[in-house]
Design a protein around this ligand. Structure first.
Ligand SMILES: CC(C)(COP(=O)(O)OP(=O)(O)OC[C@H]1O[C@@H](n2cnc3c(N)ncnc32)[C@H](O)[C@@H]1OP(=O)(O)O)[C@@H](O)C(=O)NCCC(=O)NCCS
Length: 153
């Protein structure tokens, strides 16, 4: 027999105990990472914070605020070793389902104009560009524009 054993993938809510590992990933994948306090605040505020757990290892995570029929995607990250395997797309699909369960009709997000991988992911997942927020993000030199995107749920 030639079976390959793989750890099961599990979507579960993020807990305060996950924050340390998530912040490690955050520092590896973002030039301007969220702090532990940003994640702790999101958990305390009751935002939808999810982890994709592969046999005890965090592969990806997402943070989303749902209010008044709208979902705002605040953070989405895939650990470097897990990128380009469809997990970013899978987490987006999962969060869209969670948002629908909370009666949201649209999902909105901002993305750095220079972040081609993320913009590619969002377009591939059905988002459309709504406009530009000028100088929205801090950048290595000065500020960077954000592209605002929307997905009908
Ligand atoms: C953006 C990110 C979430 C994508 O996650 P991922 O799991 O690697 O992406 P997927 O494998 O699901 O890719 C889906 C599609 O996104 C696009 N994409 C993803 N990574 C890409 C890359 N490095 N270059 C170009 N396109 C890319 C492609 O269209 C891809 O489809 P394909 O593989 O059929 O070509 C991941 O690169 C990441 O965590 N980046 C750092 C954090 C970040 O920028 N988050 C988004 C903030 S708004």
């Amino acid at each position: 027999m030639n079976a390959v054993l793989q750890p099961a993938s599990l979507y579960r809510p993020m807990s305060p105990e996950d924050v340390e590992e998530v912040v490690q990933i955050e520092r590896e994948i973002y030039p301007h990472p969220w702090t532990p306090g940003n994640f702790a605040d999101s958990l305390r505020a009751g935002y939808c914070c999810w982890i994709n757990d592969f046999g005890g290892e965090t592969a990806s995570y997402g943070v989303m605020l749902v209010a008044a029929g709208e979902a705002q995607l605040l953070n989405l990250g895939v650990a470097t070793a897990w990128q380009r395997r469809g997990l970013g797309r899978e987490m987006l699909l999962h969060l869209a389902e969670v948002a629908r369960d909370h009666s949201a009709g649209i999902m909105l997000l901002e993305v750095r104009i220079s972040n081609a991988p993320a913009r590619g992911l969002y377009v591939k997942s059905g988002f459309r560009e709504l406009g530009i927020r000028k100088n929205y993000y801090p950048a290595a030199q000065g500020r960077e524009d954000a592209v605002v995107m929307e997905l009908a749920l």
